[in-house]
Write a protein that binds this ligand. Sequence first.
Ligand code: FAD
Length: 321
Amino acid sequence: MALKTTAEALYNRNHILESFERAVDTDDMQEREKLLTFVVVGGGATGVELAGALAEMRRFVLRKDYPDLDVDKMRIILVDGKDRLLYSFKPKSSREAEEYLRYRGVELKQKTRVLGYENEVLRLSNEEIPTANVFWTAGVIANSMGGFSSDMYGHGNRLIIDEFNRVGGYKNVFALGDTALMKQKDWPDGHPQVAQPAMQQADNCADNILAMEDGEALKPFKYHDRGSMATIGRNHAVVETKGLVFGGFLGWLVWLVIHLMNIVGFKNRLLIFIDWVWSYFTHNSNLRIVVRPLIKGDRLYRLMKAQEQIREQKYKKTDNS
Ligand SMILES: Cc1cc2nc3c(=O)[nH]c(=O)nc-3n(C[C@H](O)[C@H](O)[C@H](O)COP(=O)(O)OP(=O)(O)OC[C@H]3O[C@@H](n4cnc5c(N)ncnc54)[C@H](O)[C@@H]3O)c2cc1C
């Protein structure tokens, strides 16, 4: 399971909840073990946040919503190829994330590569893990587009752009954000694939398009790094900004405030704030429902079909009479 679009996030939520439901239903111990093993692949900010969130789910949700399940049977494993988590952060933040996740019972498998996943068995470089839940957070690959030759793409399938966000020497074709790769002195591998470079490039590009219309000189893009943050769990985050590196509860508060302020619209901000406060104190999220169209094999689907048939037969009888 990937974690990029809203649809994928909904799919993942359904999948997690369904794994719990199926684990309660089965008497097969091996099957239950598989359903209760959650593996996150990739120890960047997304992987760390997801593993932390699953650990909080085990702590608060599983215990409450599935009293028949033995919480200790739920395994959360974070697999990463590097020797430290949050590799783009400072080592202090990596250490903090590793210590906190271990403290919350997340099994860390570092310097370990995933080789494949088949028949609900995840193959690692040094072992195999039976699991029904594998989340891929080990990086994104940009979509390519016809019309650009392969030498116009750099690593991660990102379009190589110049300092004015222009692609392949064209004057009027631009690429921005995750899909673009601008190598600069301070950023020899391009800018990080996070929101800030995308937003700053958009501002720069818009100004330059207006400047082009007015026949003025273009302004080269300069990235203002405002820092990085990642939540590791309830009350815990790491923050790096302007030379400061801190974490714990303060980091978590800073994370909350900054993310809240970036939500569009006062009404949304207020509603999300109320929702967060409610969830924080009650551990009760109204999102714990499985929402998806019915699938042919579902029990409910079969039940509905059976009811439809009964209804049809009934109407046929009435018509005939
Ligand atoms: C789980 C997760 C958590 C993240 N958390 C953070 C965070 O906390 N802070 C942070 O700064 N960043 C975070 N990021 C990264 C951040 O979301 C991206 O860096 C940012 O969205 C990049 O903006 P963008 O406009 O370049 O691309 P996107 O936001 O991905 O937008 C690209 C758009 O282009 C559309 N598109 C793609 N191909 C085509 C096509 N061929 N034709 C038409 N449309 C197309 C896509 O549907 C999409 O709407 C996170 C990413 C993920 C996956």
